[in-house]
Design a protein around this ligand. Sequence first.
Ligand SMILES: Cc1ncc(COP(=O)(O)O)c(C=O)c1O
Length: 399
Amino acid sequence: MNIKQIENKYFMHTYKRNNLVIKKAKNQFIWDENGKKYLDFFAGISVCNVGHCNDAVVKAAKMQLDDFTHVSNLYYMPVQVKLGEELVKRAFHGARVFFSNSGAEANECAIKLARKWGCLNPSKSGNRNRYEIICFNNSFHGRTIATLSATGQQKFHEYLKPLQEKFVFAEINNINSVKKIVNDKTVAVMIEPVQGEGGVVPANKTFLKNLRKFCDDKNLLLIFDEIQCGIGRTGKFYAFENYDINPDIVTMAKSLANGLPLGATIAGKECAETFVYGDHGSTFGGNPVSCAAALAVLKIMDAKFLSNSVKVARYLCEKLEDLRKKRTVIKEIRGIGLILGIDLKVNGQKIVDYCLDKGLIINCTHDTVLRLLPPLIITKADVDCAIKILGEVLECAIF
Ligand SMILES: Cc1ncc(COP(=O)(O)O)c(C=O)c1O
């Protein structure tokens, strides 16, 4: 049996895998088992933001592996403490961090924190029994039961009901839809600044500013899920830096440790302090090897690095807009920084397959949206190569 047949026989069929058996990856490139080279415009779903097997990240992780791999969160680990300090310093004044292993866990922590905060902090009318969280249609917050319940896409809910109660849904970029469903039991609003799985839909600045003001007026927590769009992807380290507002809680995972598992939930001091000893925990959360990798990521991701990624993102957007004018199958180009969507008039999966044949790795989400999430180290030459392939595929593909 070949690898595909073995996988098919022994694995639960939860992933529709692309036709690619990976041998090796370095920076913005991946090689398959036959030595064919691919340009990666997906970065493992927005994970390898500083490039595959980044030298500094690999070195830091290897050094930590030699020191200690795991001791548990019942002891102080210098590398973990340093990472917490660095993340909080980049966030907002007085914030505190909790480390986990994944995006879903980072959001679970945010949800638990919001619920406890809601019991201790009454609504404007004095209600201490608050637990409802306003989320958004087409959002994606993870695969655990609570984070699925916060996910505004019915297709993920099938066969799993009853889900966790008291998540309600508004429309992104429509403040009135939020105002309509708020009530005395609402405790928080949870949003991805750029919806990723939901078709690369950015929240606009006015909406987010209005949302911040609305949360302040109603004494609600504002939670930003930056798991896909954070850590430099929008051109700023935290996505919220683009909107001149601070959330009360921000969640991160994916590219935090550039491919090693790590999640983080950062909350403002007052909210974070509602958690006391024993309220939350994780055996592996904040694993020292992942933390060492993440510290290396932070070191790499300085102002110069981010400004280079913004320049290349602008170039990519211009080229995509040029392509849109030439290829009528493209409806719209959306996104910010290097989280970009090409909304098509047709289903995009075949286009993903054709691009793969030609050596370009992209993804399709929400049926019709080609999603580009390249490592932030791509060059203009890489953009030219990707645009050439996309142009050819979008011209030749038979729909
Ligand atoms: C915005 C967002 N939130 C949460 C998650 C869940 O992260 P994980 O798969 O690490 O649990 C994802 C994963 O794609 C995501 O894109």
